[in-house]
Design a protein around this ligand. Structure first.
Ligand SMILES: [Zn+2]
Length: 318
């Protein structure tokens, strides 16, 4: 059940303006939404990888989208967004845990990336057809061992990641959603920042066609107001999330709920890597032992885990 959220007053100054999910609701049509603001979180992930600008930007969007979508779900575990495709960026992975730990990485072919000057101008979302190409986008909810994994998957159809996600919701027919994403080096000292906005509604019994006209108008109005948010506003470090929501939706009565914090945190550990090594064929472990050991690097955070020959022998006794 929704608690009644607090109306936003223009003077509301939030304690925290970055790395958060701000749920909200637009009355009187009971539209639910979330505003996501990422500062140090997205800067840390993107800086850690040191990817070329177009790769970093679209990975930033994937991370923001994952946080926006995860907020729509009730789950206890990990939500993962993944694209797999034939373009210059063949893989994007972003995941977020219920506790708000966020991480992500990309795999790409540097030689196939569009050269500078052929990229969309800054301030616009990176192009899915140019950078990702054809393939699919998948959303997975993993609630741990002994539970069923939920996965939704759809072909990449859209100019931007936000459009691809909207296409997914149209296909699945579970809810209607409008999504807007922005990523830029808009922080002080050129730090990466990201913003995401999503408004959703659940179809009434009998489908959308039974809705009264004013409810339908309310939805369309919310979509128009949402798209009126500029990419710069979404990432502006000097525009607190509540003030942005007020600026966009105050005429329709926007109410806010408690925020959820997010942070850049990897869940890798030596124990997890050991489990992966244990599952490898003995022949592969033997090869590593013959080479004096191996170093496994976490794809998400680049942390190196070194295993010498003796440790490998202990993991995989032959
Ligand atoms: Zn890691």
């Amino acid at each position: 059940m929704l608690r009644s959220g607090a109306p936003i007053l223009p003077s509301d100054i939030p304690l925290r303006a970055d790395d958060l999910v701000q749920p909200f609701r637009i009355d009187p049509f009971a539209l639910r939404g979330r505003l996501v603001r990422l500062g140090p979180t997205v800067d840390r992930i993107l800086s850690q990888h040191d990817y070329p600008e177009p790769v970093a930007t679209i990975l930033g969007e994937a991370i923001t989208l994952a946080v926006v979508l995860a907020g729509a779900l009730k789950y206890d575990g990990v939500f993962t967004l993944q694209t797999k495709s034939d373009g210059p960026i063949r893989l994007l992975v972003a995941d977020v845990s219920t506790e708000g730990a966020v991480r992500g990485y990309a795999q790409y072919d540097p030689a196939r990336l569009p050269v500078a000057g052929h990229l969309p101008e800054t301030g616009t979302s990176p192009s899915v057809p140019a950078l990702i190409g054809s393939g699919y986008i998948a959303f997975t909810v993993d609630q741990g061992e002994h539970t069923e994994r939920y996965q939704g998957i759809v072909e990449l159809a859209g100019a931007t990641l936000a459009e691809c996600a909207q296409h997914y919701f149209r296909q699945s027919e579970q809810l209607q959603a409008g999504i807007k994403l922005s990523v830029a080096r808009a922080g002080h000292d050129g730090a990466w920042r990201a913003g995401g906005l999503m408004i959703q509604r659940v179809p009434p019994e009998g489908g959308y066609q039974v809705l009264p006209d004013d409810v339908e108008d309310g939805w369309r109005r919310a979509m128009v107001l949402m798209s009126s948010a500029t990419e710069a506003e979404l990432v502006d470090p000097d525009l607190p999330p509540r003030r942005l929501l007020f600026r966009l939706f105050h005429e329709d009565g926007v109410r806010v709920y408690d925020t959820h914090p997010v942070e850049a945190r990897c869940r890798c550990s030596r124990e997890r890597i050991e489990r992966i090594l244990r599952a490898l064929p003995v022949s592969e472990i033997e090869e590593m032992r013959a080479e004096g050991g191996t170093t496994v690097t976490c794809q998400f955070c680049s942390a190196p885990y070194r295993f010498d020959a003796e440790e490998l022998a202990r993991l995989s006794p032959s």
